[in-house]
Design a protein around this ligand. Structure first.
Ligand code: MG
Length: 157
């Protein structure tokens, strides 16, 4: 059986935060505000995986009221989701995601992100496709005040 899941996340950007996306640090003068590292891409993928597995959402599994998840790398979330999928004999066939932000340019960083995400999920980087879009200067994302990500995944099992 094939199952699809969708995920979405948005984080505000502020000075003096590391810009963590797709499990890596990208050089930039702003970063996402968040209880964890604010990795919008990892969070969107996490929600898509949980959705496809019928396991609810990221807030239910990694509540921001639990000090265990404070300032933690969001790759830990993906590692935990990997365990949940394995327990149910669900296999990740493919992940596709789009990051929406004005700056910085992400293309050069996608290979490292795919590697980091793939390693945490125990899959091949070739099973992960990443894309980036600007918001054409419109709204909070267009003004550089926020970053958003959307992901869709396919599970088999
Ligand atoms: Mg988030």
């Amino acid at each position: 059986m094939t199952r699809a899941g969708i995920g979405y996340d948005l984080h505000r950007l502020t000075e003096n935060r590391k810009f963590i996306l797709g499990g890596i640090e990208v050089p930039f003068h702003k970063g996402p505000v968040g209880y964890s590292d604010g990795d919008a891409l990892a969070h969107a993928i996490c929600d898509a995986l949980l959705g496809a597995a019928g396991l609810g959402d990221i807030g239910a599994h990694f509540p921001d009221t639990d000090p265990k998840w404070r300032d933690v790398s969001s790759l830990r979330f993906l590692e935990r989701v990997r365990e949940l999928l394995a327990e149910r004999r669900l296999r990740i066939a493919h992940i596709d995601a789009v990051v929406i932000l004005e700056k910085p340019k992400l293309g050069p960083h996608f290979p490292a992100m795919r590697e980091a995400l793939a390693q945490s999920l125990g899959i091949s980087a070739s099973a992960i496709n990443l894309k980036a879009k600007t918001n054409e200067g419109v709204d909070a994302i267009g003004r550089g005040e926020a970053i958003a990500a959307q992901a869709i995944v396919t599970l088999e099992g």
